[in-house]
Ligand binder design. Structure first.
Ligand code: NAD
Ligand code: MG
Length: 390
């Protein structure tokens, strides 16, 4: 039996992960499940999967969780530190599906106990890629990509010589506003941005898809995962979201990964790796699909793609600053304090201000320095927003 934990179990990726585990119940033992606030869902899942441990981030909900799991063998805990300890519990495979920078410390804890970390939480790799990769190496652990594009690249690279790779191309659906005129974008609301044409995901990543901040994070994620240089990473708009990524080789060939837009493919691939097993996803009928379209992204329309190039070149703590500023700008957009296009203005301004500040040792990223950069970026974003709205 594979001993598995799911961090961020109540979210979109977490629930899809549990769906796969449910279908193959005898193959898995569930060690720890964690959630931010959703006690009811967490308790239901902990009961169903007889989890050893259930942890809720919000400490005020510990009693509610304890009551909901009374009479079961599941231990309960609450708070940020308890979520890190859940990651540190001995398990073979840990799904990192907390949203945002909060996923970094629990993911590191899982690597420190030697687990295979299935990484949906791209923010941690963007903020502290070198730290995660180095921790995996030191503890003989492994990180497997779960983001659909990176799972696709990983799959296209199987059996290939990394030295023969000339480029990687990640696709972008174009998000909710692909067909909107530029003038209208400044008035887009969070509710409008939170509807994705193809994928059913959490609110934050859906809005990040509309702004292309998600794709910007994914460019940096690709740089960390696959050790390719910034100029080898390309983005292609592909409205059908069926080709998830392509890998180009030195002989001119391109290997494309084509699959349904169902995250259970990438999650299941990571769950079963190194085997391939049948998964409950639609079988694609390309004759039915008919046309696959591709177009170059408009960099004027999507400044985050330009900012990502800057971050990939700068490295060091710029990823943590970029991510932290992005997370706060998104909070301000969701709260209605800034407009859709102002999110990238805020992030760009924070990058310029903070990267010129001293105090961040760019040679080495530790959890402490990443947290410091994240805090600085969030405070910086708050300050810039304050200036913008007067
Ligand atoms: P979601 O919002 O649906 O779920 C997030 C989970 O994290 C929930 O369980 C929530 O309770 C928990 N959480 C939130 N804040 C927390 C905090 N501060 N501390 C502890 N737990 C907290 O998000 P999602 O769409 O499932 O995305 C999860 C991660 O996977 C993100 O990093 C996202 O970028 C990545 N991802 C998601 C998809 C997708 O299809 N949803 C695809 C690719 C990558
Ligand atoms: Mg993705």
């Amino acid at each position: 039996m594979k001993r598995v934990s799911v961090l961020g179990a109540t979210g979109s990726i977490g629930q899809n992960t549990l769906d796969l585990i449910r279908r193959d119940r005898d193959a898995f033992e569930v060690v720890a499940l964690t959630a931010g606030r959703n006690v009811d869902q967490l308790a239901r899942d902990a009961r169903e999967f007889c989890a050893d441990l259930a942890v809720i981030g919000d400490e005020t909900q510990l009693d509610a969780l304890r009551d909901a799991l009374a009479g079961t063998r599941t231990k309960v805990a609450a708070g940020e530190q308890a979520i890190i300890e859940a990651g540190a519990r001995s398990a073979d495979w840990v799904m990192s599906a907390i949203v945002g920078f909060a996923g970094l410390a629990p993911g590191l804890a899982a690597l420190e106990q030697g687990a295979t970390l299935a990484l949906a939480n791209k923010e941690s790799l963007v903020a502290a890629g070198a730290l995660l990769l180095d921790t995996a190496k030191r503890h003989n652990a492994r990180i497997l990509p779960v983001d659909s594009e990176h799972s696709a690249i990983f799959q296209a690279l199987i059996g290939e010589d990394p030295a023969s790779v000339s480029r990687v191309i990640i696709t972008a659906s174009g998000g909710a506003f692909r067909d909107w005129p530029m003038e209208k974008l400044s008035t887009a609301t969070a509710a409008e941005a939170a509807t994705h044409p193809n994928w059913d995901m959490g609110q934050r990543i859906t809005i990040d898809s509309a702004s292309m901040f998600n794709k910007a994070l994914e460019m940096i994620e690709a740089r960390e995962f696959f050790d390719v240089s910034p100029d080898q990473i390309e983005v292609l708009v592909h409205p059908q979201s069926l080709v998830h990524a392509l890998v180009g080789f030195c002989d001119g060939g391109l290997m494309a990964h084509v699959g349904p837009h169902d995250m259970r493919h990438a999650i299941g691939f990571a769950l079963n790796w190194p085997e391939r097993r049948a998964l409950p996803v639609d079988v694609l009928d390309l004759a039915q699909t008919g046309t696959l379209e591709f177009e170059a992204p408009d960099l004027n329309r999507f400044p985050p793609l330009r900012l990502a190039r800057h971050v990939m070149e700068a490295r060091g703590h710029s990823g943590a600053v970029f991510n932290g500023a992005k997370e706060r700008a998104l909070d301000h957009f969701i709260a209605g304090r800034i407009g859709f296009l102002q999110m990238s203005e805020v992030v760009e301004e924070v990058l310029t201000r903070i990267l010129h500040q001293s105090g961040l040792n760019d040679d080495q990223i530790t959890l402490d320095t990443a947290c410091k950069a994240d805090h600085l970026a969030r405070d910086g974003a708050d300050a810039v927003v304050q200036e913008l709205i007067g």
